[in-house]
Design a protein around this ligand. Sequence first.
Ligand code: NDP
Length: 329
Amino acid sequence: MYQRIVLASRPSGAVEASNFRLEKAEVPALAEGQVLVRNHYLSLDPYMRGRMSDAKSYAAPQALGETMIGGTVGEVVESKNPKFAKGDWVVGMFGWSEMGVSDGTLLRKVDTTIIPASAYLGVVGMPGMTAWYGINKIIEPKAGETIVVSAASGAVGATVGQLAKLAGARAVGIAGGKEKCDYVVNELGFDACVDYRAGSLDAGLKAATPDGVDGIFENVGGACFDAALARTNAFARIALCGMAAGYSGEDIPIRNPRLLLTNRVKLQGFIVTEHLDLWPQGLAEVGKLVASGKMKYRESVSQGLASAPEAFMGLLQGKNFGKQLVKLI
Ligand code: NDP
């Protein structure tokens, strides 16, 4: 037997523990061509909040009563597929579940000898690829420019700022709390970080961006986005990646959309899974940086599948510090 968590009901507003249900299931017998994977880590990501809702979006809603969607990394424990052997480490989409069966489609073998397995769900996985895409394909920072990123200590934001620095730009983060801001500057090497919870976001960002802002990697929306937009220079680029501040409620308006026109801003929303052709290139580049110690990352790890709902609710409130994972084994 193994455990999994299903969507029991759709949240209205903030996610609650009662929206989830822990279930036991029987390990199925494998058919020819299938592999059985014991998941070691589950990735918790803000997009899951969107899937819990049945509002129209870029992806279909998560079905009620089905295993919650999610990325996983684990070990093949049995294989009837010639492409996979017992002991292989694989990244998959087995969801909030201790085990998963696959025909091999969408399973990616990973090398855990240099980079730890958990990192394939973060900096060398979907969030890292998100940062790489937004920086390289939308913002395209030039040396000397200033790039602002919100949720700067998180899985995506931390990678964004470090990639901007490597391109020779000035990296300015926005994050919730002094501890996160200190980490962003002292450990990740950003030039500055503004604590949006401290009550002086606009003034703080103005002081941190004396030459204005040439690129915004937006993860949050609302007040963070407004403050960054107010600092844009002519021909600034915005990679609109996430709007975490609005995931549990109403859409949040933009305070001064006129700036998009007067500053001739290029704004592009994107969904990283629509650019799978670029993943090998992006992940190879970020992987090299991680392996050589030039790219740093941090993880928040909760223990055991049953802890996933609490950890997920925390993620939506900024209680995580770095990539939020659940250790399943
Ligand atoms: P993070 O690890 O950054 O965690 C989410 C963070 O969002 C929290 O830690 C918190 O940081 C911040 N946050 C949450 N609520 C608020 C709020 N009300 N106001 C301000 N900040 C808030 O998650 P990820 O790095 O995985 O994701 C970052 C963003 O990127 C998300 O919006 C996500 O949806 C988006 N994303 C988009 C993808 C795409 O293809 N477009 C793919 C992957 C991610 P803090 O404490 O600093 O406020």
